[in-house]
Design a protein around this ligand. Structure first.
Ligand SMILES: Cc1cc2nc3c(=O)[nH]c(=O)nc-3n(C[C@H](O)[C@H](O)[C@H](O)COP(=O)(O)OP(=O)(O)OC[C@H]3O[C@@H](n4cnc5c(N)ncnc54)[C@H](O)[C@@H]3O)c2cc1C
Length: 430
């Protein structure tokens, strides 16, 4: 099969830029288009956790019963806009269906396939670019005030064991030794030695974009709005400015905005904007050697180049709703409950839209009837972790090679299949 010569990647988030870099590495001439600067979407402000060992889906048995406390408790992590609820209902039903134990196991295996090689893919590339401090395999800590509160359910433990994820249970003393800034109330924890973090997720995208351009790639400020298919293969992208750009192959990697783009190819996906918030404290007075997830409060804290970042929240209010900054204020309060000495001056708030699908897995598939168009989006809570593997798999599809992992769990057609009916679990994976 001949190599597609001109590849157009729509979307310059962490997924799109990884695809652009990898396709370029394999000999394609690549143009990346984005109406904003690469990394300005959801990839800008995430928690930076690089989680090779995340294998516990967000939809787990028992979740349904937890929804009221997530929504109504004063510091609950979940918010659903009543106005958006009718549109969200089918998503929620699919989310519940995903929590059936048989589905959970299948989803967990598919997560592991995307996560387990993340450091092996990122680190050599960053080393090549002289960026040895951007991603560090420093481990990750989950903490709770309750004995075994960070361990998760029996099923979570089984899923980790089945995937061979290394986990160490820690005593209160060990937790405090590892993170002295933590409130003494957190007396139980688990440590994931094979996870780690990115010190600046936005700079990561920018570093990759600069390398891509330096190696001959093109980044163009433009939004894809339509396509014209060409009978001899490939097509022409119509950009918002009215400009036209010919392509042999097209990758749709536009995060939460992909839903509208894939509808141009007749595809319907239950993709939702799942908002998350962060607060970054430049002079927090707290430095963490590894990222910390507070399982009781559903927040994550990571020391970054910009200061201490505290993230959390899952807000479903549609693509166009205004941010609810109370959520970001809440991140600060929850951060102060976790790290009592936190200094708040110069705090910066941010909101981003996770591109979420109800089973927590992305879409990685060809457009029906057009094998030169590849969909790569919907990475929800794990886009930073999954992006390099997504790029490998997109490239394999493009080259007509056998993908290194089974990609059927990420197919578009899974949304047309009947699923086994369910039960439920929490928003953090603990
Ligand atoms: C609070 C929070 C914490 C998170 N923490 C983590 C974490 O610790 N670890 C982890 O792995 N993941 C985490 N995530 C998830 C991760 O950030 C996302 O999954 C990831 O950023 C999605 O990347 P993306 O490239 O698909 O989308 P985006 O980064 O949103 O990029 C999509 C791009 O497409 C562009 N676009 C839109 N429309 C068009 C168009 N018509 N034509 C061309 N381009 C277009 C946009 O401008 C945007 O730049 C977190 C997310 C949030 C919100």
């Amino acid at each position: 099969m001949s190599l597609p010569k001109e590849v157009l990647v729509a979307g310059g988030g962490i997924v799109g830029i990884n695809c652009a870099v990898e396709l370029q590495r394999r000999g394609c001439s690549v143009t990346l288009i984005d109406p904003r600067s690469p990394g300005d979407g959801c990839s800008f402000g995430n928690a930076g956790n690089v989680v090779a060992g995340a294998v516990v889906p967000f939809s787990m048995p028992g979740n349904l019963l937890k929804i009221p406390s997530w929504v109504f408790s004063p510091y609950g992590p979940l918010s659903i806009s009543l106005r958006h609820l009718p549109r969200l209902a089918p998503f929620l039903l699919r989310w519940l269906k995903a929590s059936h134990p048989a589905n959970v196991r299948h989803i967990s295996r598919a997560m592991h396939a995307l996560h387990k090689e993340t450091f092996n893919l990122y680190l050599p590339l960053l080393q090549e670019l002289g960026e040895t401090d951007l991603i560090t395999k420093a481990g990750q800590l989950y903490v709770s005030r309750h004995s075994h509160g960070a361990d998760g359910t029996t099923l979570s433990r089984v899923l980790r064991a089945e995937a061979g994820v290394r986990v160490e249970a820690l005593s209160g003393g060990q937790v405090q030794d590892l993170v002295p800034a933590l409130s003494a109330a957190y007396g139980s924890g688990i440590f994931f030695p094979d996870n780690g973090f990115c010190a600046n997720p936005y700079r990561l995208v920018q570093v990759l974009a600069h390398a891509f351009v330096a190696r001959g790639g093109t980044v163009r400020r433009a939004a894809l709005v339509a396509v014209e298919r060409s009978p001899e293969g490939g097509g022409t992208a119509i950009l918002e400015s009215g400009a036209r750009q010919r392509y042999d192959a097209l990758v749709i990697a536009a995060g939460v905005w992909s839903r509208r783009l894939v509808s141009m190819f007749g595809a319907r996906v239950p993709l939702e904007a799942e908002r998350g918030y962060h607060i970054t404290l430049p002079q927090s007075g707290v430095h963490l050697n590894l990222p910390v997830t507070n399982c009781d409060l559903s927040i994550s804290a990571t020391s970054m180049e910009m200061g201490l970042r505290i993230t959390g929240g899952a807000e479903f209010s549609g693509l166009e709703a205004k941010p609810n900054w109370h959520f970001a204020d809440r991140m600060l309060k929850l951060g102060m409950m976790t790290f009592p000495g936190l200094e708040r001056s110069g705090a910066k708030q941010w909101v981003g839209m996770r591109p979420s699908l109800p089973d927590g897995l992305p879409v990685l598939d060809r457009a029906t009837g057009d094998r030169n168009v590849i969909f790569a989006f919907g990475n929800g809570h794990y886009g930073l972790t999954e992006a390099p593997m997504m790029a490998r798999l997109v490239t394999a599809l493009m080259m007509d090679e056998r993908p290194s992992v089974d990609i059927s769990p990420y197919s578009l057609s899974r949304f047309n299949r009947a699923q086994v009916f369910p039960a439920m679990h929490p928003l953090t994976e603990c």
